[in-house]
Design a protein. Structure first.
Ligand SMILES: [Zn+2]
Length: 134
């Protein structure tokens, strides 16, 4: 689980454009960072097929599915501190998406980006705890 760490009004398209635009304007990645992006209104957009890797966590992408919600930081404050600002629509869409993925990958663990790297705040909530029951 990831957050986009940007404005909640961004679209999935904005995120993909940023990931794939050459540096220095974007990340210059060949593959976007996420398989799924959940926009503020709860719309779920499949970016990369789950049969192919996306680019969410360096060193782990061959065996993970990257899911991202738009938001996750307080854009009104300097330094963009982490905040769990998922909308109710995002919360229910994320749960539905994860429940669906769990049917295909019953042994998958649902964790946050920060569970791979404690220096990261992403996704600004405890995904392991929140989805422990799925
Ligand atoms: Zn992340």
């Amino acid at each position: 689980m990831h957050c986009s760490a940007g404005n909640q009004r961004n679209s999935a398209e904005d995120i993909v454009r940023y990931h794939t635009t050459p540096k220095p304007r974007g990340n210059g990645w060949k593959t976007p960072g996420y398989h799924y992006i959940v926009e503020a209104d709860g719309r779920v957009i499949n970016i990369v097929p789950v049969t192919q890797p996306s680019n969410g966590v360096a060193g782990h992408n061959s065996h993970i599915i990257n899911v991202c919600y738009i938001g996750g930081v307080d854009t009104s404050k300097p330094g963009l501190p982490p905040v769990d600002n998922r909308t109710p629509e995002q919360k229910s869409a994320l749960k539905r998406l994860l429940e669906g993925l769990k049917q295909y990958f019953p042994d998958a663990e649902i964790v946050g980006h920060r569970d791979f790297n404690p220096k990261k705040a992403c996704p600004s909530f405890d995904a392991r705890k929140e989805y422990a029951g799925l």
